[in-house]
Design a protein around this ligand. Structure first.
Ligand SMILES: [Fe+2]
Ligand SMILES: [Fe+2]
Length: 173
């Protein structure tokens, strides 16, 4: 076994982040499933892709922890909601969740600076940029309800728009 190259505080924070990414993945999976049975095909494929993306985030951190000799522990996650009020509610929940994740990432960046832990600082840079994109994505989608509307036709338009963005949610290489 390698000696640990990060502080135990950082190990704890990164392990907690594994849990946050796993929760996000599960939550998007539940949203995708609800969209699928509700008939929002575009939103369903969008959130299935989003769920996969969060899983790749989780894996990145698991591998990083193990590379740093700070064995990753996979936490239990709370079961996500099974029903939702509307597509707009789902997107609002998604944005709120991303804002929470951003805060957690920023806290880790600050800890890495305090620790003078350059490796983790560099590792986290990708996540900092990713969160900017994630928040913008959901903010822009939420704007569509004000721009296009909230009646059945408008929601159908937004669902179609989500279909076109479902592949764009693939993780960047
Ligand atoms: Fe993520
Ligand atoms: Fe995300």
């Amino acid at each position: 076994m390698n000696t640990m190259k990060i502080s135990s505080k950082m190990k704890k924070a990164l392990n907690d982040q594994v849990g946050l990414e796993a929760s996000a993945s599960n939550s998007y999976l539940a949203m995708a499933s609800w969209c699928e049975v509700t008939g929002y095909e575009g939103a369903a494929s969008y959130f299935y892709a989003q769920s996969d993306e969060e899983r790749t985030h989780m894996l990145k951190i698991v591998h990083y922890l193990n590379d740093m000799g700070a064995n990753a522990t996979i936490p239990a996650t709370k079961a996500p909601a099974t029903t939702y009020k509307s597509l707009e509610t789902i997107l609002k929940t998604a944005l709120k969740n991303e804002q929470l994740v951003t805060k957690a990432i920023h806290k880790m960046v600050e800890l890495s600076q305090k620790d003078k832990d350059h490796s983790t600082y560099a590792f986290l840079e990708w996540f900092v940029n990713e969160q900017v994109q994630e928040e913008t994505k959901f903010e822009t989608l939420l704007q569509k309800f004000d721009l296009i509307g909230r009646d059945k036709l408008a929601i159908n338009e937004i669902d179609k728009l989500l279909a076109t963005q479902a592949t764009a949610a693939e993780p960047a290489a």
